[in-house]
Design a protein around this ligand. Structure first.
Ligand code: GLA
Length: 383
């Protein structure tokens, strides 16, 4: 099947499937009406074809993920009245995503978040990475996993539909040692969960920290700020940062501070008091109380108007709360609305920033022969 730039043709609608050997068939476990459709999403500037996978579950919830950046472009979930809205920020076209943008919807790697001064030591050797965020390295470098075209394959999933994305990052790509193969399995379940299962394996010792950088607005894309969203984060502690957003190494209590979201609180209630550099807002890593390693409830966010509720479960030890502080109206989204400050928020489940330079933080080193595994679930309901 040929995909040509701009042509959203050659749709391949599959109401679930079995293996190629047995041809296309119904997978009863997917649930009635659940299906995946593959379409072309155009061609990158350097001529690579990009596909879009539209996952629909048995309840009509829709998630769209493309091979460029293994990136979530749309996510339509119901409100109290059953009305669907797209709750993630993004662009209409591939060209938007190929332009300068703050990681909307993307899979971020090889190492999400910051590495101080773009430097680290591993196995007695010093490595130097691109400095692409003030004096620091951010989100995998100049051409991180968010800007790569991944391979994709539909896979069967009990109780839902799924697409698996794979990318192999060459040895020393963006300065990181070891050829690393990463996979992200997106599953949309019939319980309205979007589940992301990550794996990674390397041929040399390296460092890995994978996350998804979706910006959520539970009122709907382009529907104003998220300051009234009620947020909880199950974390008693966080990692304070310096003026360049690098952790100081301290692990501080959130109790009695504007950082505390253990009880549901509107994101905007204390946002003006958050310490830190301009432009202001939350951009901090929380130390999840469950400690990581098991899939556990970590955060919830609810839009009081629509009633849409998102619960976040993760196996990761941390989550970066980022409140879209750098959005300044210069990017226009899918709905034709310019994204202003706080028009979306991210809950980036992750290992802590700059972990490789912080011996007290959970380690991010991956050895050959071991498989990195991580799962995050975004569960949607309304009340
Ligand atoms: C992360 C960082 C933020 C910002 C965004 C992208 O969430 O923590 O400081 O760089 O990515 O704009």
């Amino acid at each position: 099947m040929k995909h040509r730039s701009g042509a959203a043709v050659s749709a391949l609608a599959v109401c679930a499937w079995l293996t190629a050997a047995s041809g296309w068939a119904q997978t009863p476990s997917a649930g009635k009406g659940a299906h995946v459709e593959k379409t072309s999403y155009g061609t990158t500037k350097d001529g690579q074809a990009v596909d879009l996978y539209t996952l629909t579950n048995a309840k009509g919830v829709v998630a769209k993920v493309m091979t460029y950046g293994a990136l979530l472009t749309e996510l339509h979930v119901p409100d109290r009245a059953g009305q669907l809205a797209d709750v993630v920020l993004g662009f209409k076209t591939l060209q938007g995503y190929e332009g300068d943008h703050p990681y909307f919807g993307a899979t971020v790697g090889r190492v999400a978040n910051r590495i101080a001064k773009g430097r680290f030591r591993l196995g007695g050797q010093e490595y130097t990475l691109a400095v692409n965020n003030g004096p620091n390295h951010l989100h995998g470098g100049l051409k991180g996993f968010d800007k790569r075209v991944w391979k994709a394959q539909t896979v069967s999933a009990p109780g839902g539909v799924a697409v698996k994305f794979t990318y192999t990052s060459a040895d020393m790509e963006e300065g990181y040692p070891g050829a690393l193969t990463a996979t992200v399995l997106y599953t949309l379940t019939n319980s309205n969960e979007l589940r992301l299962d990550y794996t990674a394996a390397t041929d040399k010792p390296t460092i890995v920290n994978l996350t998804n950088h979706s910006y959520f607005n539970l009122a709907g894309d382009g529907q104003g700020t998220i300051l009234d969203h009620e947020l909880t984060i199950m974390a008693d502690r966080y990692t304070p940062v310096d003026d360049t957003l690098i952790p100081t190494g301290e692990i501080a209590s959130v109790r009695g501070t504007v950082m505390d979201f253990n009880r549901a609180t509107p994101i905007g209630a204390r946002i003006a008091e958050v310490p830190g550099p301009a432009p202001g807002g939350y951009d901090h890593n929380y130390v999840l109380s469950h400690g990581g390693g098991v899939l556990a409830m970590s955060a919830t966010a609810r839009d009081p108007k629509s009633g849409r509720l998102m619960e976040v479960l993760t196996t990761e030890p941390g989550v970066q709360l980022y409140t879209g502080n750098f959005l300044d109206g210069s990017l226009t989204g899918k709905a034709g609305v310019a994204y202003q400050k706080h028009f979306g928020f991210c809950l980036e489940t992750q290992h802590f920033p700059d972990s490789i330079n912080q011996p007290a933080f959970p380690p991010v080193v991956l050895q050959p022969g071991r498989t990195f595994k991580s799962t995050t679930v975004y569960r949607f309901s309304a009340r």
